[in-house]
Design a protein around this ligand. Structure first.
Ligand code: IVH
Length: 700
């Protein structure tokens, strides 16, 4: 199976997340963002676009804002910028390595010079001379010389701290080791890049060696510079353009233009296209020229950088956040290319989301060969009306992910047929359904769909579901890959089969006798399961912990639930009406349940499971309890029982447990540290009790 494209940012609205869902998602986001950071910063091989990455980060932050108690110690929100990869010493830059403000239109560039003129109170018409230089698409580095000798080379890192790559930079052709006539301390900053056909050569060699290919020259340059063995860097044909000063003990130039001349005199390579422009219009003309000739340069550039030439003006202008006010990066429009869609295929992600993908005739865009373009969802395909055989315009903006811009309708072949997303999952054949208000269609195969199975099994054995200790993400993935566990029932037959597996479990690395014994006893301890946990464990869409309990409470037994759902398939049936009428069961949930229990694959999963576990019917709530039928909110920390336990007990006594205080709340249990919910209760005049009173009520 081909690798699935990156999963869509999750579709559950943040305000609809329950606490356990939020917790789970924060854990998943921490894991994923760490992995993306690692791929980006340490392997130089990102698999998602900058926008997708930002969306994940924003979602993490938004969930944290709603559930401050769930913020993890390892939350991505606590990390800023690029972590320094292990293997290199850290270097704190003596002067921070700045970033640049961006502009995308000529208008914005004119605004930039107007702003400068105003800032410096220059008279109307006084020209602001700019040095315009190509913006090299590589990675910036800082080279330090002391008394004319090269002593250190560092990557930018987060701008404050970088990595010590002294030996690696020393291998780059053209980087001087000694310079004459330089100030005692001189830091020269510039861009390390890869040019010519080096990427093609390198990727061919990587492929031969069974190693990962680099997506573009920038990633290849970064990956090559950050080799632990500098000899490897030396073989990679990297190059360097110098363009700005870092720490300097004695500045002997008055302008950027003069500085560039000095760099050349000291022996540094500088970009031959750099030019001093007397006016902004001259700079814009250069941008057009450079843009027109960019394909023939032999290295990648993504815009033109304008710098106020006069140093005294630079000093007066200073900084805005972490970019100089005196410089601007004028980016080129995204590079586009025309190609033909060979086929539209569908990938199934971890959550079962079906994502269409256009396989196109491979074309070069921005120095990278594009063969696949993600189309997000069926609405995107419909809106752009992409069909197999169509000629399309694609583009690559500043990042690695290509986009489909439009279809060239004039070139559409006769008989090209409109494309529709399949109604069955291409992996497992189960129905793929799209719910109202959802952009994606999802496979309902759940546990039997190999694209989703591992995630589902992990959920199945998680704490609020079957709670099988010792059967975590890693173990499940291994058992799955080895074919030992394919569906939940297999977990319960595992102890018996352990020694018949190939290789037998006891012979696998990491599986000592104690570990096996512990796993088997954890499995055996769960051969009886409460109905609500069972329902939760199945991973039915919209069935979280509290919905599972509600269903268990209402139906009492699995058989009762199943027979109602079977009867409710007919939308006009009494059973359907009865289902919809259950308090808190809306049509969306009803449909999700019906779809799940209708799917033969899911029915088999359940049938197999009940052969090996006993499902306890749900004990009807003790209706004589004082709190039966009431709505309770727990807040603050409970000291004598966990929040989960308190919740379960309240529900067992027939109460509803809510997450926030409203007019409908009957009782608020306040633990120490209760905050806004205590105030809400007071404001609304709702009865509050402390933990001891709660324990009495709960009969504990
Ligand atoms: S000047 C204070 N000049 O662009 C000035 N940067 O988006 C800081 N870059 O991190 C940079 N070509 O990696 C400058 N001619 C050029 C450049 C250039 C490429 C990169 C550099 C920087 C990034 C900012």
């Amino acid at each position: 199976m081909a690798k699935a494209p990156p999963a869509d940012v999750r579709s559950i609205a943040i305000d609809a997340l329950t606490e356990p869902q939020a917790k789970k998602e924060l854990a998943a986001l921490a894991r994923e963002l760490t992995e993306h950071d690692r791929r980006y910063y340490q392997q130089d091989a990102p698999t998602i676009s900058d926008e997708q990455y930002d969306a994940l980060r924003r979602r993490n932050e938004a969930i944290e804002a709603c559930f401050p108690a769930l913020v993890r110690a390892d939350s991505p929100s606590k990390r800023v910028g690029a972590p320094v990869a292990s293997g290199f010493k850290k270097v704190v830059h003596s002067a921070p390595m700045l970033s640049l403000q961006n502009a995308f239109s000529e208008e914005e560039v004119r605004d930039f010079t107007d702003r400068i003129r105003r800032f410096l109170s220059l008279p109307e018409g006084e020209p602001v001379a700019l040095v315009a230089e190509p913006k090299i698409d590589g990675l910036s580095a800082s080279l330090r010389y002391e008394n004319g000798k090269y002593v250190r080379g560092a990557t930018r890192g987060d701008g404050i701290t970088g990595e010590d790559v002294t030996a690696n930079i020393a291998t780059i052709a053209g980087v001087p080791k000694t310079i004459r006539g330089a100030p005692a301390v001189l830091e020269v900053r510039g861009e390390v890049y890869m040019g010519g056909e080096e990427l093609v050569r390198l990727n061919a060699a990587q492929e031969k060696a069974g190693k990962q290919q680099y997506a573009n020259r920038r990633n290849a340059a970064a990956g090559s510079l950050r080799q632990i063995d500098p000899a490897v860097t030396g073989k990679r044909q990297l190059k360097f353009f110098a363009y700005s000063p870092g720490e300097v003990s004695a500045v002997s130039w008055d302008s950027q233009w003069e500085f560039l001349q000095k760099l050349q005199k000291w022996g540094f390579p500088t970009n031959p296209l750099a030019k001093r422009c007397a006016t902004v219009e001259e700079a814009l003309a250069l941008h057009r020229d450079i843009g027109a000739g960019r394909k023939g340069l032999g290295y990648d550039i993504d815009g033109v950088v304008y710098k106020v030439d006069r140093l005294d003006w630079q000093q007066r202008l200073g900084m805005v956040s972490r970019a100089p006010r005196w410089a601007l990066a004028h980016k080129f429009a995204a590079e586009q290319a025309e190609t033909i869609v060979r086929k539209i295929v569908v990938y199934v992600g971890r959550t079962g989301a079906l994502t269409p993908l256009a396989q196109v005739e491979p074309v070069q865009v921005g120095g990278v060969t594009i063969a696949n373009i993600g189309l997000h969802n069926e609405d995107v395909v419909a809106e752009k009306d992409v069909r197999e055989g169509d000629t399309v315009i694609i583009q690559r903006a500043g990042d690695v992910i290509p986009q489909l811009v439009s279809v060239v309708l004039d070139k559409r072949k006769r008989g090209a047929r409109k494309w529709h997303v399949p109604e069955r999952c291409p992996i497992c054949g189960s129905a793929a359904v799209r719910e109202e208000d959802e952009a994606v269609r999802r496979c309902t195969g759940g546990l039997i769909c190999s694209a989703q199975a591992v995630e589902r099994l992990i959920h199945f054995s998680s704490r609020l579901a079957f709670d099988i200790r010792g059967l975590g993400d890693i173990q499940i993935a291994q058992f799955w890959e080895n074919g030992d566990i394919q569906e939940p029932a297999d977990i319960f037959t595992l102890p018996k089969r352990a020694e018949q597996l190939t290789p037998p479990l006891s012979e696998r690395p990491g599986w000592g006798e104690t570990k096996m014994r512990n796993l088997f006893s954890a499995i055996n301890a769960r051969r009886t399961i409460a109905l609500d946990r069972l329902l939760y464990s199945l991973g039915i869409r919209h069935v979280g912990e509290s919905t599972a309990r509600l269903l268990a409470m209402h139906f009492g037994s699995l058989e009762a639930l199943r027979s109602t759902l079977d009867a409710a398939r007919d939308e006009d049936s009494d059973a359907r009406a009865a289902l919809d009428a259950i308090d808190q069961v809306g049509p969306v949930l009803a449909q999700a349940l019906i779809d799940f229990f209708q799917e033969p694959a899911n029915r088999k999963v359940i049938d197999d499971l009940v052969q090996v576990v006993t499902v306890e019917d749900f004990a009807k709530p003790v209706s004589t309890s004082e709190i039966s039928g009431k709505t309770i909110v727990f807040t603050g920390t409970l000291e004598k029982m966990t929040r989960d336990e308190a919740k379960a007990r309240a529900q067992q006594l027939g109460a509803k447990v809510a997450g926030s205080v409203s007019k409908k709340t009957d009782l608020v249990v306040l633990g120490p540290g209760a905050g806004s919910k205590a105030k809400d209760a007071e404001r609304l005049g709702i009865k509050t009790i402390d933990e001891d009173e709660w324990l009495k009520l709960a009969g504990k």
